[in-house]
Write a protein that binds this ligand. Sequence first.
Ligand SMILES: Cc1ncc(COP(=O)(O)O)c(C=O)c1O
Length: 366
Amino acid sequence: MKVPIASPVMTEKMIEAAANALRNERLTLGESVFKFEEAFARMCGTKHAISVSSGTAALQLALQANGIRAGDRVVTSAMSFVASSNSFVVFGGLPGFGDASDSDYNLDPQKLDRVIDGKTRAVMPVHLYGQPAMMDEINDISRKRKLVVIEDACQAHGALYKGKRAGNLADAGCFSFYPTKNMHVGGDGGMITTNDDKVADLCARMRHCGRKKGSNYEHDLIGYTYRLNSANAAIGIEQLKMLPEWNEKRRAAAKTYDSKLNGVGDLVLPPQPTKDIEPVFHLYTLRTKKRYELKAFLEPKGVGVGLNYEIPIHLQPAYKEKFGYKEGLLPVSERLCKEVIAIPMFADITPEQINYVVECVKEFYR
Ligand SMILES: Cc1ncc(COP(=O)(O)O)c(C=O)c1O
């Protein structure tokens, strides 16, 4: 049996929606783009959603629209995909990496203070693997210091924190529609969500080359070409309709894994849902001291695995070279990056596939 780590979905209905957009709409900024944005904002409960070309572009524009400039520090988690901080380092922003918490693998609010300095202007919690960060604590600390808070919700479409959706928990939220995400488009894409009219307007103009409102060739902002195209938006509309059902299925699959893998070998189960936190299991991750051995055992049996992540961002070669980071700075993030292993998780994973993965994992420990 083969069980991939992820399984992007592209139904005939989605392909037809893209074809319709290609036949009938403007290829960029066609009506599907605006319909997708309206539907996405409705899902998040935010006033606005602005589509862009990737999750990284979403983070960059959300920060810049909130006034973050070259020389400003943005505190984020090193236990994330490198794009979280690439999004501001590209325009001269300075990283400040807070350590992760052992309990949810997200930015640890208790260690946030020590990273915030006089240059810090923003905090970017990441809802890693679809698990919302401790937003109340993070927002409290940030508000006291008048810092902007931008959610990196690139892995958390539809996740709930105290009854509110990811993307509606701070000044702005940012999503990725990369093909392995809980919902995606026909390639790359992203979305910014916000309740702030001014930020929404700035993002919409910056993604469109900084055009002045209502003008074609007058530009009053330094902008980018970060638009999501109409065909991708049309696919996004169809994917978004499936998101609640898909997330429910992921949560059910996670529950099954939990019950079958609890107590096996040295495995540590992922952070668990609580009454306040409803994760969406973008990934199902385990922790073990033997992850490389487990990976080498599972892969030849057709079981896909992911090492998310192998290197915390501050120890990525590009970051060590540019900022001089050394090992030992963020002990929890560094340990997590030695222990975490993701096993197959996607909405349509079957009970047979889950059983097969579980049996292979158990065989390894036997
Ligand atoms: C946590 C996180 N942040 C940012 C990104 C960047 O998104 P994209 O690949 O769409 O630019 C991703 C996804 O790849 C991600 O997982």
